[in-house]
Every structure is written in C-alpha cells, then in structure tokens.
Design a protein around this ligand. Structure first.
Ligand SMILES: [Zn+2]
Length: 488
C-alpha cells in the first residue's frame, strides 16, 4: 500500500472522499485486464483507461456505461465479449465487471489461453464494435447496388472446399465477376496472424479476399495497417458513406483507393499519398497473390529505381571517361626521364586520389615504376599512333620494346593496337616481318597457357580503366582473378 492508499484505507467504513479533479485509480490486479471499446472498435488497457481520467469524468462515464449496458454496450470483455461495466471497491478503486459472471470467462477463472486463442477471441470480439458493424453494412449496401454481385451474405460461414473442418466467417461474401469473393473489414485491431491466416485460407479456396477499411489517414498509420498496405502493392481500399452513396447512384460498386505514388527526388525514391474513388471493377485483382489494387506501385517504383541506377551508372562512366582523358593528357605532357616538377606532382596526387576512389591504384610517383611506365607508354603510343615516352620513330619499335622488356604488358599493348586501329600501321612499319613472326609466337605461347607473356594480374584493373571492357579478356588469359591493382 502506498501513502495515498493508507490514507484512504483509514477511512474505510466511513466515507472515502475523493478529490473530483484527481486522477481516478484502478485496482492493482484487475481480472479483466483489457476491454473492447465498442464505440471506436479498439481495445483499451483497463488500468490505463481508468487511470487516464479524472475521478469526476470517470464517474460520469460509469453512469453512461451502466445505462447502455443492455442496449448498446460501450465495453466488452476482450476474452469473452460479454458486456462489462465499471465498479469500484470500498477504496473507490475501479475495475470492470462482466454483466453476468457465470465462471465461463477465462479472465475470471484465470485459465491460461494461448496467444492464438487470445487473438482469435479478440478478433471475434471486434465484430461487435460499432465501426465494424457500420462498415460491414456499407459494404453490403454497396454490393447490393451493383447487379454484377449476387448472393450477398453477411457473417455467414465459408466452408473450405478441401477440408470439411476448415471454415472462416468473412464479414461479407458475395458472388461477383471474379467468382465468390470475401470482404473483411480491417480495423486497427486486426492482427497480422489473422491477416496471414485468412490470406492463405482464401488463396487455397481459389477465391479473393478483399480487405476494406472504414477510413485511412496515411499520417496516422498503425503497424497493423502497414501489414495490409505493404502486402497489397501499397494500396488501401476504403468503403465509406460517400462511396456507398455513389455505388447506389451509379448501380456499381465503388471504393476509395489510397495509394503511394513513387517519385524521384534526385537519386532517391520517395512517394506521395494519393487517393481516388473508382469502380471496384477497375481494380486489378490477383487471386494468387491475394492482391486487389488500383495503382501499380511496385511496377512504377521498380521502373524509377532502374532509371536512378542507370543515371548513376552513366554518371560513373562519365567520371571515369574524364579521369581517363586526364591521365592520358598527363602522360602525353610529361617529360620522360626527368623527375616530375611541382605541378606534375600535384596533378599526379590529384589523379591518384580520384582513381583510388574508383578502386584503381596508381604508383605513388609517375616515374618510379618502369613496368607501369612501359604499360602507359605502350597504350598511349597506340592511342596516338606514334611513340610516346620513348625516343623511337615508329610504333613497331614500341611493340618490340614491350615484348623484350615488359612481356607482362604485351597483351595490353595488343589490345591497344586493335582498339585504336593500329594493326595496319604496325604491319606497314614491320618491313622485315619480324613483328609478324613475333606476335604469332606470342599468340601461340598464350594459347598453350605458357606464362611467358601472361598479363600481370595486378595491372588488370588499370588496363581495364585505360581500355574499358578488357578485364574479362585479360583475366581469361591469366586465370588469376585480379582483386586489386597496385602497379607500383
Ligand atoms: Zn470475459
């Protein structure tokens, strides 16, 4: 007992006077821990609901709850759906009591229920709530107005065609253009397990289950609504007074559809909520997926995602193209066999950093690695159609130099000659036919899988950067996958 309770306790027998403006107090351990508020179709925690009101408010509510008890009960027990009313103990601590206590309610008898049993009982109880009854009636009204629906039944069993013992009781069922169709009202208290269980039942039946809400506000979504939303192509169907009136006026079943429209914001996908009132016959219904939607969010979103990806790739390609041009310009303007000056060092550092962002490594200095220099000289020479970096007169001399001193780059040079269409030039300059014989021998060696001219695996990413699309070809020859490209 806390201090306040002691104080009140001392007054037992006399009048327990309560400050009408103070918060009402629940009993510590109520038998009925949760009640269904039938006016809003939601479950309330008994202690939280009682304690959340001023004493004077609760007393006023208590009277109205009692008055409505037999006609249109405000609260029902969450476990047995029997109407309940508010009573107080002698300390004026409140709790809910069943209208009849015959010992059948698990809350009273304290019998243990499994989570599934509790969910099933609560779900059945929700059908007794006012919003549920109202939406159900609106669905029946809407369907009855449409001649393409017949055999409209409310709260009747649907027996499984496969299993006699398996059955469901949809809120509304009707025969329509898609065959027998079940309609379930989704209140905030419909649980994922129930949603999932029903989906599979009707799917097995080859029938469509359509979830309908009484209203929908995208800003105030609950997780249980999201369970429906994201399993239905981001569409939510609503039947309300306005759509029911329209259905009757047009003799056609209308629904209000809320959906997300995907939008592109820079390189990001966002969305905007929209809604429209459409004939039910215009919805896309997919029995296999148990989908029923108006706007194809999934398709449009994936189209936008593909567009964003394509743009990102194009931008990446453009960036690499620019970097490649920069690297070639640097190479053409550098003075061979001299240490780089301050400007060159700065440009090199910038290039090195930019390329490393794309996973391509350059040596720390442009003049420190003879293998790298030979590779760059070879590719740049083929590109320019004349020797670059070496004091030769003809491109064919470059070819021989690489074959002699840097056999690991001869394949890259060969690709460059082909890419920049220098094969004819090489043949013309090859007066003695020495290069022709040599390249034939290189080809034969490579075909035999000999290591003599196999490309250096660590240079493959750089070669692919210089000549996009060569990676796979080079890897096929080396048969060692390239993971990084430190040329230094
Ligand atoms: Zn009960």
């Amino acid at each position: 007992m806390d201090g306040a309770e002691k104080q009140i306790g001392s007054a037992i027998g006399g009048n327990v006077t309560f400050n009408p403006l103070a918060a009402a107090l629940p009993v510590d351990e109520p038998a009925i821990r949760e009640a269904l508020d039938c006016d809003i179709g939601e479950f309330v925690d008994a202690k939280a609901w009682i304690g959340g009101q001023r004493y004077e408010e609760l007393i006023a509510q208590r009277v109205s709850i009692r008055e409505r008890l037999y006609e249109k009960p405000r609260f029902r027990c969450s476990l047995c759906s029997v109407p309940v009313y508010l009573v107080a103990n002698q300390l004026k601590h409140f709790f809910f009591r069943h209208i009849t206590e015959d010992g059948s309610c698990p809350a009273e008898t304290r019998s243990a229920l499994s989570r599934d049993e509790i969910l099933a009982r609560k779900y059945d109880g929700v059908r007794e709530s006012e919003p549920h009854k109202r939406i159900k009636a609106l669905i029946v009204r809407s369907l009855s107005a449409d001649p393409s629906f017949s055999e409209i039944l409310s709260e009747r069993q649907w027996r499984s065609s496969h299993d006699e013992r398996s059955r469901r009781q949809p809120d509304v069922q009707a025969k329509g253009p898609l065959g027998r169709t079940a309609f379930e009202v989704q209140l905030s208290t419909t649980f994922l397990d129930v949603v999932a269980g029903r989906r599979s039942f009707y799917k097995q039946e080859g029938a469509l289950l359509v979830w309908v809400m009484g209203n929908f506000d995208p800003e105030y979504r609950r997780l249980t609504t999201d369970d429906l939303l994201f399993t239905n192509n981001s569409n939510i169907l609503v039947v309300d007074g306005e759509t029911a009136n329209l259905s009757e006026a047009e003799c056609q079943f209308y629904v209000r559809c809320h959906f997300r429209r995907p939008m592109r914001e820079g390189d990001r996908l966002t969305d905007r909520w929209e809604s429209c009132v459409v004939p039910f016959s215009e919805l896309t219904c997919e029995k296999e997926a148990q989908h029923c939607w108006y706007f194809d969010y999934d398709r449009q979103a994936s189209a936008l995602r593909a567009e964003i990806d394509k743009d990102l790739q194009e931008r990446e390609r453009a960036k690499l193209d620019a970097l490649r041009s920069e690297l070639f310009s640097f190479w053409l303007s550098r003075k061979p066999n001299t240490a780089p000056d301050e400007n060159e060092v700065r440009s090199w550092t910038t290039l090195l950093g930019a390329l490393s962002d794309h996973g391509i490594s350059l040596p720390p200095s442009p003049d420190g690695d003879s293998g790298f220099i030979a590779l760059m000289n070879g590719v740049a020479s083929a590109k320019e159609g004349k020797p670059v970096g070496w004091n030769f007169k003809h491109l064919v001399e470059v070819a021989h130099r690489i074959a002699d001193g840097y056999p690991q780059h001869v394949v890259a040079f060969g690709h460059a000659a082909r890419l920049f269409k220098r094969d004819e030039m090489l043949a013309e300059q090859d007066r003695t036919g020495k290069w022709k014989r040599r390249s034939a021998a290189i080809g034969a060696s490579l075909r035999k899988g000999q290591p003599d001219f196999a490309p250096d695996p660590v240079s493959i990413l750089l070669v692919d950067f210089l000549m996009p699309g060569t990676k796979a070809k080079l890897e096929k020859i080396t048969s060692v996958p390239s993971t990084h490209a430190p040329v230094a």
